[in-house]
Design a protein around this ligand. Structure first.
Ligand code: IMP
Length: 183
């Protein structure tokens, strides 16, 4: 964490929840489990921009299988609701492929649930979810999570890809925000 004292001292941050070493140790374990489970299959790691790319980059280096990566971007419709708009679609077809959706965090699960329904219609050979963080106490959508890094309490977290209005994504650790920040 050399050179990172400035971000740690940010008045918006409460405390560090997971250090870089804790994150990478867990990513290594999850990568090993995926390597075992997908042995002999052609794996597509599908990530939702932008937060997921940090986890994806570390995870891909700990999966000892031939794999490809593809990206989607979504935005919620103004006015709320469960529907999301795909602002960037995948570059390649996923029909007949084994697709693992790599997420940074699942909260209510509504965004991911919508995305999974879209992807299912494209007839992948299999479709599973891997998330680094899971706020499962807040789950509304009924979805199966095959791989999970950490369960976390209902707190807003930033770092390692997760942002607050675009800030904090580049921090190598995950931190909670002070309660006052989120109101
Ligand atoms: P969901 O649809 O409620 O599961 O969450 C959708 C998105 O909200 C996630 O993919 C994140 O981009 C964002 N999100 C939820 N909780 C947090 C958090 O604690 N920190 C940063 N982003 C979050």
């Amino acid at each position: 964490m050399r050179g990172r004292t400035a971000v740690l001292a940010d008045p918006l941050l409460d405390r560090m929840l997971f250090s870089p070493d804790q994150i990478l140790d867990r990513v290594e374990e999850v990568g090993a489990a995926i390597t075992r489970d997908y042995d002999g299959r052609d794996l597509v790691l599908l990530t939702v921009l932008r937060g997921g790319i940090f986890f994806l980059a570390d995870l891909a280096r700990h999966i000892d299988l031939p794999l490809t990566m593809d990206f989607m971007a979504v935005s919620s419709y103004a006015g709320g609701g469960a529907a999301v708009r795909i602002t960037k679609d995948l570059d390649d077809a996923i029909e007949g492929r084994h697709v693992l959706v790599v997420e940074d965090i699942i909260d209510t699960g509504l965004t991911l649930n919508y995305l999974l329904n879209v992807l299912r219609q494209r007839r992948p050979a299999s479709l599973e979810v891997c998330t680094l963080l899971d706020k499962d106490a807040r789950r509304i959508a009924d979805l199966q999570v095959a791989y999970r890094g950490f369960r976390i309490p209902d707190r807003f977290v930033v770092g390692y890809g997760l942002d607050l209005g675009g800030r904090f994504r580049g921090m190598p650790f995950i931190a909670t925000l002070r309660d006052e920040v989120m109101g």
